[in-house]
Design a protein around this ligand. Structure first.
Ligand SMILES: [Cu+2]
Length: 212
């Protein structure tokens, strides 16, 4: 019995399948033939068999538990990750919904026109009276936004290139100076109507602001 216990592999924490089979068959009392066996011997043989069987069952259960444990851990981690991501998404969605209303209100006031080497975009741009338009120079050259008509710029009420540098110049739809690449110029449109404009440096690039 003592020597058989050595078959238990402590390093692996369980019996190998081959060891299990050998131990079980070795401990099984032989049916018939061995009449010399005493009742005591048979009983101890049966006891040993059940003892072994229990150990095998427990070692198998332990091994199965490890697998089941790993599966449960993976499932828990997966569920946790899913729940976390779902929560994050819901939070982001909530934030987006919460900020969408004020963002729209801000968007109504801040309209951007991009000036590239290909000209102004979008055009025409429709806004409400009192709203501000930002003309952003993303081109490789200088920009000079001014009201039609080139070169006098008298299309927008109160605007005239001749008045550049005077006190009322800030109310004119005329930059009155060059806007460098990367910089921008903003103008607030208080007058309703259709206001064509152009780049005073390259007058072939133009656009239109519609103020309702
Ligand atoms: Cu001009």
């Amino acid at each position: 019995m003592g020597s058989k216990k050595n078959m238990y592999s402590k390093s692996r924490g369980r019996f190998s399948q081959r060891e299990n089979r050998r131990l079980l068959s070795a401990s099984l009392p032989r049916q018939g033939g061995d009449h010399a066996r005493s009742a005591c011997e048979t009983l101890s043989s049966y006891t040993f068999f059940f003892e072994r069987l229990l150990k095998v069952v427990f070692s198998e259960l332990f091994f199965m538990n490890k697998i089941i444990g790993i599966i449960i851990v993976i499932a828990i981690v997966g569920l946790g990750a899913w729940y976390f991501m779902k929560g994050n998404y819901a939070e982001k969605k909530d934030k987006m919904q919460a900020t969408s209303t004020p963002e729209e209100a801000v968007m109504g006031e801040e309209n951007t026109i991009i000036y590239t080497d290909a000209g102004f975009s979008p055009s025409p741009l429709t806004i409400q009276a009192g709203e501000t338009v930002e003309f952003k120079n993303t081109s490789s050259r200088e920009m000079y936004v001014a009201s039609a008509m080139h070169p006098t710029h008298t299309g927008y009420p109160g605007t005239d290139i001749e008045k550049c540098g005077t006190a009322g110049a800030s109310q004119m739809f005329d930059t009155c100076e060059k806007t460098m690449p990367g910089a921008s110029w903003t103008f607030t449109f208080n007058e309703k109507g259709e206001w064509p404009y152009h780049d005073h440096i390259n007058a072939k690039y133009f656009g239109k602001i519609v103020v309702e």
